[in-house]
Design a protein around this ligand. Sequence first.
Ligand SMILES: [Zn+2]
Length: 212
Amino acid sequence: MFLAKTPAVIRLLMPHYLWKFPDSNRKIYLTFDDGPVPGVTPRVLEILRTYAAKATFFCVGDNVRKHPDIFRQVTDDGHAVGNHTYHHLNGWKTSDKDYLSDVEMCRSVLPSRLFRPPYGRVSRSQASVLRRNYHIVMWDVLSGDYSKDISPEQCLSNITNNAGPGSIIVMHDSLKAERNLLFALPRMLEHYASAGFHFEVIDEQKLRSHSL
Ligand SMILES: [Zn+2]
């Protein structure tokens, strides 16, 4: 079953993860996972620039190694970056030792205190170690851009029906998501910008000010 909105009960059961910001003002936190990827990431950067929107990119370490110029463009544009492991590992299927060393390997190419587990899957023991050095950032709105069962229009409405002040939205700057992403991103930006929303990065200062 696909749930665009993370149920409140899940957020309550895992209070140590960041699901959304308790903002009452009009701010939205866009996040892009799995890049940097040639073609897709530069296109995303271009669209974000048009709306003066800032976002947070959870990068795969191996992609940063392969595409350092695109990665540099992401940070040069003023976006935040976070760790998404080096090899996009599933925490539920990986030993703690291998998982944690893969996260460290990613850190060697991309220093950041933000971490998002691939597939949202991280075990309790892995998370308890990671929490010493990282803020674990989840989401409250899943666009479903990566799914071939979701149309571009559905992807857009997954966002616009569910995101509000303080929301953290997940999208993917990947080839798999490209079609839905490039349809939904400019339209969601237009939708929320015309309603007076701003798009901001998730950074440490922001996390500290909410004591997260
Ligand atoms: Zn991912």
